[in-house]
Design a protein around this ligand. Structure first.
Ligand code: ADP
Length: 259
């Protein structure tokens, strides 16, 4: 009888990576990717060795937000070389598909792709790997926390009730997966008219703070709805890179400093 060595079970450490932080949201379009890229760049500016894994299979936006393009090389045919910009080492599912090609993968394929991006990318030595998750509570979230040791999750939401409802579900999922919640971020919190200075709460205000208090998790920041933030991301240099000293960048610097 041949004794077979047991497969290692449970979450594993990604070689060379000290901490993994997941950025999640209940809904799409609330600014999860914007928050991910700005936190990653802010951490890099603090001198940390940072990676960003764009695992948003349905809408990978990090190549555009970090201003990287091209297919990642695989000189040995086994491992993948990540790309790098603004001091951040990055890999995106979007770099493995065409930009306008929809990803219509089933669960097992998603899991394979995620595992590949975690374990076969040459991340090098990293203090922290930020993972930009798809919205919701699906296969990718489950797989990530089952395959890799995730140190904590940040949940991004707008103050709108419909977004908060889904954010709550996300927090509940991480609790079930035994991933600590580092805190919530209220995005698109206030909007100040660049013309007249009038302040408006397009999606309401304070909803995330109230929810965070109710759930007993920290509110990490309130990020304004701001044209410069959007323009910076679309231009491939997040606001913390293109305008590091601006008022808009401060919320992201604060989150990074608290990590
Ligand atoms: P998600 O990752 O949750 O789908 P994104 O980060 O891609 O959301 O943001 C959706 C859109 O909203 C993007 O065009 C982004 O530039 C814009 N956006 C996100 N946050 C802000 C903000 N605070 N101010 C202005 N535009 C924002």
């Amino acid at each position: 009888l041949k004794m077979r060595k047991a497969e290692p079970q449970g979450p594993q450490r990604v070689p060379g990576v000290n901490h993994i932080i997941a950025i999640a949201s209940g809904k799409g379009g609330v600014g999860k990717s914007t928050v991910s890229s700005n936190i990653a760049c802010a951490l890099a500016q603090q001198g940390r060795r940072v990676g960003l894994l764009d695992a948003d299979v349905y809408g990978p936006s990090q190549p555009r937000m970090l201003g990287v393009s091209g297919r990642p090389a695989s000189p040995d045919g086994k491992t993948i070389l990540p790309l790098r910009n603004h001091g951040v080492t990055m890999m995106s599912i979007g770099l493995m598909t065409n930009e306008d090609q929809a990803v219509v993968w089933r669960g097992p394929m998603l899991m394979g792709a995620l595992q590949q991006m975690l374990m076969q990318v040459q991340w090098g030595a990293l203090d922290v790997l930020i993972v930009d998750l798809p919205p919701g509570t699906g296969d990718v979230q489950m797989t990530l926390s089952q395959k890799a040791h995730v140190d904590g999750a940040i949940v991004v939401s707008t103050p709108q009730d419909v977004a908060l409802l889904d954010a709550r579900k996300g927090i509940d999922m991480f609790k079930q997966l035994h991933v600590p919640i580092l805190g919530m971020v209220e995005n698109m919190s206030t909007h100040v008219c660049s013309n007249c200075g009038h302040e408006e709460h397009v999606f309401g205000h304070g909803g995330v703070a109230a929810e965070a208090a109710k759930l007993g998790v920290p509110l990490l920041a309130e990020v304004p709805l701001d044209l410069q933030i959007r323009l910076a991301s679309d231009g491939g240099a997040p606001i913390v890179v293109s305008q590091p000293d601006s008022a808009q960048a401060q919320a992201f610097h604060a989150i990074a400093a608290a990590l």
